[in-house]
Write a protein that binds this ligand. Structure first.
Ligand code: AMP
Length: 207
């Protein structure tokens, strides 16, 4: 069951369109005129992490640690680690993958920038598309936001095609409603027999 902004369980829901601009952000005109800054809303978001170079488990654990250490990001759930064969790209080693649920006051773009900074800090070089990588962080879903911008497409355009995304996501958010109306649990069960994904151990991380 997904968790709402107040920490209460909520009904499964699909991400909706971009929220409307809220003028003064909910402050009274007098408070807005006085220069008061409204608190930024907290949103749920889901990320997919993968690594197939170097110390793969260590890379995942370090990326989660850095996410958890980012101001405005609270890591709520981390899936087990799944070992999966690479999809597309040149011949390369198997990936370790996991999914993370965060509650964040960062905007979608700020959260993407955080992911890209962590990738750069952990030594990822963008050379071959779909080639081996120290660490890859993808933003899968951001509560209440859809976007067709190629720089940040939400929900992630390949979310439903990838068993290595769906399996860990279903573990931490089985009732999450995906763009095609299925829950994460239903979508991951559909492909289970064709999956080469194998569940492995949970990495240690400091949350
Ligand atoms: P990749 O090499 O697979 O990590 O893809 C990174 C590129 O995809 C970057 O240029 C991002 O701006 C873009 N992108 C678009 N939507 C997303 C998303 N939801 N999560 C992560 N990267 C995205």
């Amino acid at each position: 069951m997904p968790v709402g902004r107040d920490g209460q369980a909520t009904e499964p829901r699909s991400p909706g369109p971009l929220p409307q601009a809220e003028g003064s952000g909910g402050l009274s005109p007098a408070r807005a005129a006085a220069g008061e800054v409204p608190p930024r809303p907290s949103r749920l978001a889901y990320l997919s992490l993968g690594s197939n170079l170097g110390n793969r488990e260590g890379n995942l654990a370090e990326a989660v640690r850095r996410l958890a250490g980012t101001s405005g990001v609270e890591v709520r759930r981390v899936s087990s680690v799944y070992e999966t064969a690479p999809v597309g790209g040149p011949p390369q080693g198997d990936f370790l993958n996991l999914a993370v649920e965060v509650v964040t006051t960062l905007s979608p773009r700020e959260l993407l920038a955080t992911c890209q900074r962590i990738e750069a800090d952990l030594g990822r070089k963008r050379s071959v598309r779909w080639g081996p990588r120290t660490i890859d962080l993808d933003l899968l879903l951001y509560e209440g936001v859809t976007s067709a911008d190629p720089e940040l497409t939400l929900p992630h355009p390949r979310l439903l095609e990838r068993q290595f995304v769906l399996l860990p996501l279903a573990e931490i958010a089985p009732d999450l409603v995906l763009p095609d109306g299925r829950t994460a649990a239903q979508a991951s069960r559909m492909d289970r027999h064709s999956s080469r994904g194998q569940k492995r151990a949970r990495p240690r991380f400091r949350g």
